[in-house]
Design a protein around this ligand. Structure first.
Ligand code: GLA
Length: 679
């Protein structure tokens, strides 16, 4: 069983000079002459780290037990001669066709029994002992062959574990799920109690009767669904650990990671519980083209990644130079966007900027996905951007190892996400990521830096703690939130928080259960709204999606509903607690109302934005070198101008990108970036 929040990683960053720069490199798709040109062009671009071998299993072991390493030997030697380090994959991210043909029992299944076949990628069940065995063997072969190769700086286990198959419902999964449940509950009676199986004749007499939540006539047991989500995340992590252990045994000198998918779009892996198993945290992030504020979601993803990394520098393992190939319409990046995207990750703690992929494929499903070197070659803006980014990253060498500091914590929790969006709830319209982003966005636009932290994290030291829609919460995690308020923080809790315990059992006596005393309110009934319906508040602002029939039990009403069935009842409340305060918001505030409340909270908490007078649409983040908190000389201010106008931002120091000095302010051109070493 996975501990919820083990120690953050020890951050054994791969040994590259300066910030790392590069991408996935798939040389097996190209003739040798092209591979030779690749190294020359990588040198031109300043590339110093590439991920190799991710999807190479079928080329490295074309027939069972017969290996062909010649081509990879030559690739690694060539990269080494060119001064480029390698994040070498275990090559296990996609089983070769001979393996699924001989062992179709390794294939994963959907909830409706559909078996997912070979022909794409990731066609394996991590709980298949047969697959595990083959993957372990391949990993050992790779470690033994390349563990002493001087190019290898990092191990890259599998690839985006759970990307395509976060949940497998096969018989292999059923067996492993039962084992996991036995470890969690000990006895079937304990499982029955936790799952509330007195309901709907679901009582289990033995673990053998338990199944994954496969397609059923109606709602599957919610605790079964949650435990299956927990199990599935743990099972992917278990697979990572098994491969990682082989690498540690054979090559203890090389750090190990796998690329996570930390964003508002990836729900099913509880990455906070994975963190302690990675030597360095690596993330893949792709902008959603339809989202006009995709760059704000990018910032959230980066802050979340830093949270998973426990504040340590992390690797941006993949993003795109321009369009992707997997969205409904794949938008090209605008001039300046790729550099801004890259440096926004660096601003928020990345010490490596990498892409999918180095050279754009000529064949296969990803041939229309952009790359560092596009189909059209080097006389292209994409290539010029690639070279310019390499140059920029070299100039940012001094930033390496510095850290981001924040006065605001936002509590983010994967099991609460799973729980909040379960079926058979008061509304089907609630989206956890929207609830989180509503507040993150307010803070982003004010230039306030946020640490995204797991439920249960120690919150002491933060001046403002935001707890959006934390549907399920343990007693311990609820107590951490209360302790923050008692010790002087302003705490904001929003609707549908603290409702259930970790087994999805309602905390009785009135909502929001676990936070009722802290907030000094008691809700007797939820009043979800129709799609598009709006509720007026007494200051003329509005809310939507959700409302509650709430009574004050110690708090004061800051805003009340105006009109309708809840007329005069509290919508926003404040409860003085110790030297701090606990605020509750029982509806989804529209922007105006959320904006007013954010201002009030920041004022009360004494949280200042990173710079004063920040122009709209401009992102500012500061990284601090290790040392005393007030050491301004060791601070780097990142200014990212996401607007079409030139802007000025107050700061004094040297712009590392231009070498120019900023006296009192820096001018950042439309769509441009400045990184000022202050002092
Ligand atoms: C993921 C994968 C890569 C590639 C990209 C495309 O991040 O890890 O192999 O498929 O998506 O965006």
């Amino acid at each position: 069983m996975t501990a919820r929040h083990p120690e953050p990683p020890t951050a054994r960053f791969p040994a590259v000079p300066g910030l790392a720069y590069g991408g996935d490199y798939n040389p097996e798709q190209w003739p040798v002459a092209t591979q030779i040109e690749d190294v020359e062009l990588m040198q031109q671009a300043g590339v110093n780290l590439v991920s190799v071998g991710i999807f190479s299993w079928a080329m490295l072991e074309p027939r069972e037990g017969e290996h062909d390493f010649g081509w990879l030997d030559a690739v690694l030697d060539r990269l080494h001669a060119g001064g480029i380090r390698v994040a070498l994959a275990t090559a296990t991210a996609s089983p070769p066709p001979w393996l699924t043909r001989h062992h179709p029992e390794i294939l994963p299944e959907l909830a409706d029994g559909t078996v997912l076949g070979q022909g794409g990628r990731q066609a394996y069940a991590v709980s298949s002992p047969v697959f595990r065995d083959y993957a372990l063997r391949m990993t050992r072969v790779m470690a033994e062959r390349y563990g002493q190769h001087p190019a290898v700086a990092l191990w890259h286990v599998d690839n985006e574990l759970g990307c395509h198959v976060p949940h497998d419902y096969s018989e292999n999964a059923a067996v492993a799920f039962r084992r996991w449940l036995e470890a969690r509950y000990g006895t079937v009676e304990a499982l029955d109690a936790a799952w509330g199986t007195a309901f709907w004749s679901q009582r289990y007499d033995s673990f053998d009767e338990v199944l994954p939540p496969r397609a059923a006539p109606t709602y599957a047991n919610p605790t079964q669904q949650l435990d299956f989500a927990r199990f599935s995340s743990d099972e992917l992590l278990t697979h990572y650990r098994a491969l990682r252990d082989v690498l540690r045994e054979v090559t203890p000198h090389i750090p190990t990671t796998t690329n996570l998918m930390l964003s508002t779009g990836t729900k099913w892996m509880d990455y906070f519980s994975w963190a302690g198993d990675l030597d360095v945290v690596a993330n893949d992030h792709y902008l959603r083209a339809r989202d006009p504020e995709g760059h704000v979601e990018l910032s959230f993803s980066a802050d979340l990644t830093r949270g998973v990394a426990g504040g340590a520098p992390w690797i941006l393992m993949e993003h795109s130079t321009s369009a992707v190939n997997w969205q409904p319409r794949n938008r090209t990046k605008a001039p300046g966007e790729m550099l801004r995207n890259s440096l926004a990750h660096v601003a928020r703690g990345a010490d490596a900027v990498m892409f999918f992929q180095w050279r754009q494929s000529a064949a296969g499903a990803e041939k229309y996905h952009s790359a560092m070197l596009p189909h059209a070659g080097t006389d292209t803006d994409v290539w010029r951007n690639t070279v310019a980014l390499g140059d920029a990253l070299r100039r940012l060498d001094p930033v390496k190892g510095s850290r981001v500091r924040a006065d605001v914590a936002l509590v983010f929790d994967y099991p609460a996400w799973w729980g909040a969006e379960l079926d058979s709830h008061p509304t089907q319209d609630l989206r956890y990521a929207d609830a989180v982003m509503a507040w993150y966005r307010q803070l982003w636009h004010r230039g306030v830096t946020v640490d995204v932290v797991p439920a249960g994290a120690d919150l002491t030291g933060y001046r403002l703690v935001v707890v959006p829609t934390l549907y399920s919460v343990t007693d311990d995690a609820a107590e951490r939130v209360a302790a923050a308020a008692r010790s002087g923080a302003s705490v904001l809790v929003t609707y549908f928080s603290g409702i259930v315990d970790e087994h999805d059992h309602v905390r009785l006596g009135g909502y929001p259960g676990a936070f009722r005393d802290l907030l000094g309110v008691r809700t007797e009934e939820f009043w979800p709204l129709d799609a598009g319906e709006r509720l007026a508040l007494d200051d003329g602002t509005t809310g939507g999606l959700w409302s509650e029939k709430t009574h004050l039990t110690g708090a004061e009403a800051v805003r009340t509903y105006a009109g309708g069935a809840l007329d005069g009842l509290p919508a926003v409340t404040r409860h003085g607690v110790g030297s701090g305060a606990a605020w509750y918001v029982g509806t989804r505030l529209d922007d105006d109302a959320a904006s007013r409340l954010t201002d009030a909270l920041l004022t009360e908490a004494g949280v200042a934005p990173t710079v004063d007078a920040l122009p709209a649409g401009v992102e500012v983040v500061r990284r601090h070198a290790a040392g005393p908190v007030d050491d301004a000389a060791a601070a780097f201010l990142f200014v990212l101008n996401h607007t079409a106008q030139d802007v000025t931002v107050p700061v004094t120091g040297v712009d590392l990108l231009t070498g120019g000095r900023a006296e009192g302010e820096v001018r950042v051109p439309a769509h441009g970036v400045a990184v000022v070493q202050e002092g």
